[in-house]
Design a protein around this ligand. Structure first.
Ligand code: PLP
Length: 231
């Protein structure tokens, strides 16, 4: 049995300790509970224990959970790979989209946001490790994607997201987190509205403390919160 309340307390404590180590305000880091494959009943227990933001990887799975949990106040973040033909549903259902990784997707999300009369908060996904198996634009193409996406008024580009190469030792992920922060700083220097561009979505169950030390404003934590995923 997962003791979600105890897991949540322990993660918040570790987040707080990481913030103290680097002199950051704990309120500057948002905990996103990653609930992919987690049944709605357990997600509900997490929200009752204090979670307010959830991350989902699959649009359909998320929509059925949203329906079951519609009585709760939850902010839903899309963190999976987004196919263009799911853009309409993603804009309809989610509060944030972390994974804008190509110009064609940015255009489609913009089109859907206009149709639905909203401005969609998004992050640009960067392939910081240059891994062939991962989504995200290479670091060198980030500026081009940013300039294009920030010219679309249906999108509010709020920052960057990355999933660095998996390392057993979280210290080895540090240079990738740092790289993402430096990239955000560079984009801000050239941005028309730098105050809007400040989010760094990075860090998961095994490395969120290092990510916070390197400037993460959103950490995406699944296993450490909900237990091991079954599928
Ligand atoms: C599954 C997933 C997570 C959470 O991973 P854990 O190791 O279970 O914390 C975070 N981010 C993304 C993009 C994911 O797909």
């Amino acid at each position: 049995m997962t003791n979600i309340g105890a897991n949540l307390r322990s993660i918040r404590e570790r987040m707080g300790a990481a913030c103290s180590r680097c002199g950051r305000d704990p309120l500057s880091v948002c905990l996103i509970g990653v609930s992919k494959t987690v049944p709605a009943s357990l997600v509900r227990a997490g929200v009752e224990a204090g979670l307010t933001v959830l991350g989902e990887n699959y649009v359909q799975e998320a929509r059925s959970k949203m329906e079951e949990l519609s009585d709760l106040a939850i902010s839903w973040h899309f963190i999976g790979h987004l196919q263009s033909n799911k853009a309409r549903m993603a804009v309809e259902s989610f509060d944030w989209i972390h994974t804008v990784d190509r110009v064609s997707l940015a255009r489609e999300l913009d089109r859907q946001a206009h149709r639905q009369g909203r401005r969609m908060p998004v992050l640009l996904e960067i392939n910081v490790g240059g891994e062939a198996s991962k989504s995200g634009v290479p670091v060198e193409e980030a500026r081009g994607l940013y300039e294009m996406a920030s010219s679309l008024d249906g999108l509010a580009v709020r920052g960057l997201m990355a999933l660095p190469p998996y390392e057993d030792d979280p210290e080895l992920a540090r240079p990738y987190f740092r790289r993402l922060r430096e990239l955000l700083d560079q984009l801000r220097e050239a941005a028309k509205t730098p105050a809007e561009l400040k989010e760094l979505s990075m860090g998961m169950s095994h490395d969120f403390e290092v990510a916070i030390e390197e400037g993460a404003t959103m950490v995406r934590v699944g296993t450490a919160l909900f237990g091991r995923r079954v599928s």
